[in-house]
Design a protein around this ligand. Structure first.
Ligand code: NAD
Length: 366
């Protein structure tokens, strides 16, 4: 036996997919590789009971393939619950492309990725996520119809980020109503972490309402750009989590609420756009509840984007998109009340409602 052949025992120890902590009975995981374009992607299809698995494609320079696999498993699962709780007839899926979106993304790579999406015959429908633009989705559209989030000029609903931001704003107002008895955000100090497509749009809603906004980002140029346009403070400290604030809005990447940060947090409310904010849903959800920090589940309040792309499939107009997104306020309050009555975390209450819908549909189908 050569040294690069792993023994059965070593392979067992690795448990590459089904043994992953983030594996949650996903239906299908597709590894996509193309030598010519350098494409290395993973498509995760978590659940298709309610409909085809729809979810964006993220391009990110992961440290290794395990990290990419873990991300796609977590993100695709989140999409199942996001669509279920929002009342959409969609399942949960997501894709990740391993690489630097600034230097490694080419039209050829995007088209090749589109061909892999096409090979799934509509079981997975893609859209944009971090590292992707509407123009990239237009490129994917050249080779497959199973893509949403394309330009308005090409018949799509356009950039979903402003709608996502509006939904997050609605969820944040509902959280404020629950915590403070009023949903008015005037004079509330809000830290927006990640000032990208969604973050900036959220800042605009917050400023219109008179909130005191502080922004944080790893991209200095972006901070300067946003601060030159809006009346915001830039956070220049080294530990945002220890800062006193009313509302923390994570709008960068996931898992910022974890063992390291949780005890430092000095906020009343957490409401942001980032997917999978709790590193460990059960443990960190419970600790937030114990600390009386009101947590608006991410998959519930960041559903504006999926509502926007769903409109492309169902031919909704803008008014209907806004109505459905505004309704995030009501659903969020309902979940907070249910969580309080049942003495469970807000995350558990939201997952229970989503799961009930999936189970009902399963029974109808059987
Ligand atoms: P984006 O790529 O436009 O912006 C992300 C921003 O976060 C960038 O400015 C980046 O520099 C910054 N960032 C990255 N790591 C950071 C860190 N450690 N600290 C501070 N800033 C950091 O992405 P986006 O479209 O605005 O999405 C933001 C989040 O919302 C993502 O988690 C995404 O999955 C989620 N989300 C987006 C949509 C949408 O419609 N765009 C929908 C649902 C969920």
């Amino acid at each position: 036996m050569t040294s690069d052949v792993l023994s059965s025992k070593e392979l067992t120890k690795m448990d590459p997919v089904f043994g992953q902590l983030s594996f949650d009975n996903h239906e299908q995981i597709v590894f996509c590789n193309d030598k010519d374009t350098g494409l290395k992607a993973i498509i995760g299809i978590h659940n298709t009971v309610l409909g085809p698995a729809l979810g964006g494609t993220r391009m990110w320079q992961y440290n290794n393939e395990w990290e990419a696999l873990n991300d796609v498993l977590r993100l695709s699962r989140g999409m199942t619950f996001k669509s279920a709780i929002t009342g959409l007839n969609l399942g949960g899926g997501k894709a990740v492309i391993i690489g630097d979106a600034k230097t490694q993304k080419t039209p050829e790579l995007m088209r090749k990725f589109g061909e892999f999406v096409h090979s799934l015959s509509g079981r997975y429908i893609t859209a944009e996520d971090v590292g992707m633009t509407t123009a990239d989705m237009d490129t994917v559209r050249e080779v497959t119809p199973y893509v949403t989030g394309i330009s308005e000029s090409k018949g799509g609903a356009g950039n979903p980020s402003p709608i996502t931001a509006y939904g997050v704003f609605m969820g944040m107002k509902a959280a404020a109503k629950f915590k403070y008895g009023s949903d008015v955000l005037e004079d509330k100090s809000v830290f927006v972490q990640g000032i990208g497509h969604v973050g900036e749009s959220l800042v605009e809603h917050l400023l219109n309402e008179g909130a005191k906004v502080t922004i944080a980002d790893i991209n200095e140029a972006r901070l300067e750009e946003v601060a030159s346009k809006h009346d915001v403070q830039i956070y220049r400290g080294s530990d945002l989590y220890s800062e006193p604030m009313d509302i923390y809005a994570p709008c960068a990447l996931g898992a910022t609420i974890n063992d390291d940060t949780l005890n430092k947090l000095q906020c009343d409310v957490i409401a942001g756009a980032a997917n999978n904010q709790l590193a460990d849903e059960v443990k960190h959800g419970r600790l937030l509840q114990e600390r009386r920090i009101v947590y608006a589940p991410d998959f519930l309040i960041n559903a504006g984007g999926i509502i926007n792309v769903y409109a492309e499939l169902e031919n909704y107009d803008k008014q209907e998109i806004m109505r459905k997104t505004e309704n995030i306020y009501n659903t969020t309050l309902e979940i907070f009340n249910r969580a309080e009555q049942n003495e469970v975390t807000t995350n558990v209450a939201a997952l229970a409602i989503a799961n009930e819908r999936i189970e009902r549909r399963k029974q109808e189908q059987s």
